[in-house]
Design a protein around this ligand. Structure first.
Ligand code: SF4
Length: 278
């Protein structure tokens, strides 16, 4: 898939789809909804034919001497055991696209070490490894991720389902926080104070922080909710429409491709230029 609604990446790439739930944060899984609606058995993984997308992204990014960010397996889990036969090809594609930063987000970090390619060493420069931690029971995932050598480790604190105020962020280079979207957005609603707590830990440790969304039926809604929460806490009167979201990205050796003022996506003009150039 080229372009994505997911605000912390320019693109998604799904070399395979399908998955199964492993923890509380999986409860409202949108991948399950999408694939089940399409008539698929979500629990059976299947490879796709989308290898062309990373190469298109690489061509555009190389031409502009910039990086783009690719979220891998938005409809699966890169380290799912059923994907073992196909992962070697995915690693090859990743190696061949050095201008693309591949975000490998997993809820199965305990499988990472056994699935790394032989030439991984201290990590491919263009791979960021991440895990999900939206409840305290998932702290062990962060500990496992911390033990894996890699260029950049990130956390998806989404959906944030309780206060994680004592989360250990040592060794983590980027944190994205968001509330539950979909049918559970009211029953598993994120308290903005929980997001503020994580924000403050990141600030204290100089870790880039991205607020993705408030709890909402739809994804990417309430993107400046945390900024408004801070303004309210400080007693400031603001026009909600003018308050920008908090969306920081890790520093990279080359600039990232442009994001809009909301921290995501190209403008249509930029996107058309990218497509015609690639
Ligand atoms: S690991 Fe991700 S894709 Fe798999 S069930 Fe959980 S939320 Fe869905």
């Amino acid at each position: 898939m080229i372009d994505t609604k997911i605000s912390w990446a320019h693109f998604t790439w799904n070399p395979w789809t399908g998955c199964n739930k492993v923890s509380e944060e999986c409860e409202g899984c949108y991948a399950e909804t999408i694939l089940t609606r399409a008539g698929r058995d979500f629990s059976i993984l299947s490879p796709t034919q989308t290898n062309v997308d990373p190469y298109r992204m690489e061509a555009g990014a190389k031409k502009w001497n910039r990086n783009s960010i690719c979220f891998v397996c938005s409809l699966s889990d890169f380290f799912h055991i059923q994907a073992d036969p196909w992962r070697g090809n995915a690693w090859r594609t990743i190696r061949q696209c050095p201008h693309v930063k591949f975000m490998l987000l997993t809820k199965r970090p305990e499988r990472i070490m056994e699935c790394l390619p032989a030439d991984w060493a201290s990590g491919y420069p263009n791979v960021w490894l991440g895990t999900t931690c939206g409840v305290r029971a998932s702290y062990k995932r962060v500990d496992i991720l911390r033990s894996v050598p890699c260029t950049l480790r990130f956390l998806s604190v989404e959906p944030l389902l309780e206060s994680v105020t004592d989360i250990d962020l040592i060794g983590i280079g980027w944190v994205a926080v968001g509330g539950m979207s979909g049918r559970l957005h009211t029953t598993r609603k994120m308290d903005l104070e929980w997001a503020a707590e994580v924000h403050d830990i990141c600030r204290a440790q100089r870790i880039p922080f991205l607020f993705k969304q408030a709890s909402n039926a739809h994804t990417e809604r309430g993107i400046n909710a945390l900024s408004l929460y801070f303004a309210g806490r400080a007693g400031q009167e603001v026009d909600p429409g003018t308050v920008p979201p908090i969306r920081e990205y890790p520093m990279t050796e080359l600039p990232l491709m442009p994001f809009s003022e909301h921290g995501k996506r190209f403008t249509m003009k930029e996107y058309r230029a990218y497509q015609s150039d690639a």
